[in-house]
Design a protein around this ligand. Sequence first.
Ligand SMILES: *Cc1c(COP(=O)(O)O)cnc(C)c1O
Length: 400
Amino acid sequence: MQSATRLLQSIPVDELTGAISVPIYQTSTFVQEAPGVNKGYDYARTGNPTRRALENILATLEYGHSGYAFASGLAAIDAVVKLLSAGDQIVAIDDLYGGAFRLFEHVYRRFGIDIVYCDTTDPAQVAAALTDKTKLVWLESPSNPTLKVSDIAAIADIAHAHGAWLCVDNTFASPVLQQPIKLGADIVVHSATKYLGGHSDLIAGAVVAATEEIGLQLKFIQNASGGILGPFDSFLVIRGLETLPLRIERHCSTALKVAQFLQTRPEVRAVYYPGLEEHPNHAVAKKQQPGGFGGIIALVLEDDTQEAATQVVTGTKYFHLAESLGGAKSLLCHPATMTHKSTPVAQRRAAGVADSLIRLSVGLEDAEDLIADLAQALDRLSEAKETLKEAVREAEAQLA
Ligand SMILES: *Cc1c(COP(=O)(O)O)cnc(C)c1O
């Protein structure tokens, strides 16, 4: 588990004034004494002190060489793909975040980058997919939304043996639970919109490079493409980070209770949560995120239809129906029609995203209230089914 002290120590006190919180440097440029003679900053796309403070904290949190803050998680992913050139190949996890899939397939494929997908929970499939064109292996662990856990250390070895880099989207675990660079990854990305910000009040992304070589290239791309995070949002992410370990601890303990409750319900066919012993990757999850299993749960209904899922996601009071995750307030969503609507149906189903799959982002409310909320939504699903059965029985009786 990440040390809360280490995190809080990494947030600097302002050298100029002693301000305990990082000041918001809302400026576009910095006055120079003579051309090229400045105080370390010249233009705010290239560098801004508030953003720099966040970037240094991110590098500390992820045990990397340097960090870079972007305007969104997708801008962060975009910057990483720009490390590649036409003719290069990416080997990616098959249930990739829908937005990353859209970027890979509909933008970068046009630019001559090839992407192949495989089930990365089996390292042998990654080894089989690698070619001499592979420059990047792309993992999400746990993945969105089926909570697949891939063995980062094993896959790092495979990627490195082929001269490829390993990038891990660490959004779901957060650096509190998992530090991919310590396990051998070369690059870590985050949608800081989620747990890092933690309050559902901003869009932001982060990249952390393990080495100076990769760091310098990312710094160049960040400045050249310009998808930077603004100073106010940088400040908000820093403020969110102050409570990250505390929040993650609570998300984990409540999510485990909710997952165990869902397992007892007849309306639920499957519960995906890496903390459950029944989860196919539970052993790997325990090894690489020993501090906990996160706050995201997915479930598939016994009645595996979009209609049943719609009824549940519109029938809760504390779980709000919305995309996104990782905030204080609990959210739920229906990936087939929301986050994964850009993934082709056959590919979505093949990757385990069933028609009735519902993703829960377990927030900071009391566990018993969240459980009661889900219980009443599932009760109503059973009641509706009973009413339907009765109507069919009556109609049949009348016809007979
Ligand atoms: C949300 C998300 C992203 C995209 O981040 P944005 O901040 O929405 O651009 C990328 N990866 C994962 C795993 C996500 O959940």
